[in-house]
Design a protein around this ligand. Sequence first.
Ligand code: NAD
Length: 284
Amino acid sequence: MILLDGRKVADDLKAKLALDVVEFEKAYHRKPCLKVIIVGNDPASMVYVKSKHMACQKVGMGSEIINLDSNVTQANLENEIQKLNNDNNVDGILVQLPVPKHIDLTAVLKTIDPKKDADGLTFLSAGYLWSDFEHVQPCTPSGVIKILDFYNIPLKGKRAVVIGRSQIVGKPMAALLLKKNATVTIAHSGTENLRHVVQDAEVVVVAAGKMSFFGSEYFNKNHVVVDVGIHKDLNGKLGGDVKFDEVSAVVKAITPVPGGVGPMTIACLLENTIKLARMRMAKA
Ligand code: NAD
């Protein structure tokens, strides 16, 4: 079994990004800068946001966390985003999800300038993705592809199943696998006989958001499994959608949780910010 070590791939990418930052600074006399807006103080989201901030600092980028009150109005949140849209020294904007129920996420995503869409989740970015237009790609699926590439997992002509159809993971994951010339199936909560659907695939990306839901009965020795799920059990131990211990014993390759997709999501966020910075400055 090959362990697909996302931490190693992320460290590799971040080392390259640190050099890109130096080059950018030489050319434009400032650092690429990411601003992360978080509404409220959900503990898990706070941890994610801090990890992003620290990762930026590690590669030498500028970064700031903007913590808004959980009762912030839609207008004030959008106003905050507009300020960042108009700030020439800000290259990437990310609104940490989920946002509180009273916030209209569609309107929030529409407010973010696509030229600063570090997460690649605005509607224009999604359109670019499905139209094969050069732009940034959503961080988590982009990280999955980089892990598969790093370990030379063939995708061209292979069957890939994505379990999950969310805007953040499932759908863009399918688009990126398609870009790699895989034959892609999207499975979801309405899919019948999922075990049968998965059976003949070479690559299975699991993003169902169900803790330890998928056991060895779903997998076989031909499967490369990428577990996007991330959950904390009652003892605070992190795990994914896949039962790692039993599944790793039967498959060809698998990502662990933690240490799989998670670190790549952050590294790809930094990569996106630097890419957006370069694109914007080149046009300035
Ligand atoms: P989501 O809840 O928005 O979507 C889950 C999808 O899975 C849905 O489309 C649903 O149809 C499908 N699904 C649910 N149960 C299923 C089942 N039994 N069989 C088949 N399909 C099923 O979740 P999301 O935002 O896409 O996130 C998925 C998981 O990935 C979560 O655990 C989330 O925390 C994690 N995540 C991790 C990272 C990372 O960086 N590692 C980033 C984003 C999300």
